[in-house]
Design a protein around this ligand. Sequence first.
Ligand SMILES: [Zn+2]
Length: 127
Amino acid sequence: MGEHIGPNAFAVRELTVQSGGSFARFVREARAALLALRGFFARTQNQYTRFNYLGEWHSHPSFSVEPSTTDHQSMIEMARNPEVGANFLVLMVVKLDAAKRVLGSIHLYLPDGTVSAGELLVQGQDP
Ligand SMILES: [Zn+2]
């Protein structure tokens, strides 16, 4: 979940953390994610044009932070899904390097299927 802070610039304000697992766990965690989103909207006074769901994130702890083919396909499907109704979605993939610095990638997915790479800046960390 993030804040629109300028032209083509967004700040990640809150993250939800989920773990993989069974379908039952997925359902519980989808419910938890929905509650997290509702809480975020309440804390940001329902200013949806400024604060909203940005997309998904996960880590690739031991390999490249570039999205996998499956990552791209999943995000393209979500962005194209009229039931999702998103103007755009973002995928952030991160990992820590040996010095515990955050490394990551950002990709933007549009409903027309366009995929663009963005620039991830980590606050308090030199680019
Ligand atoms: Zn991935």
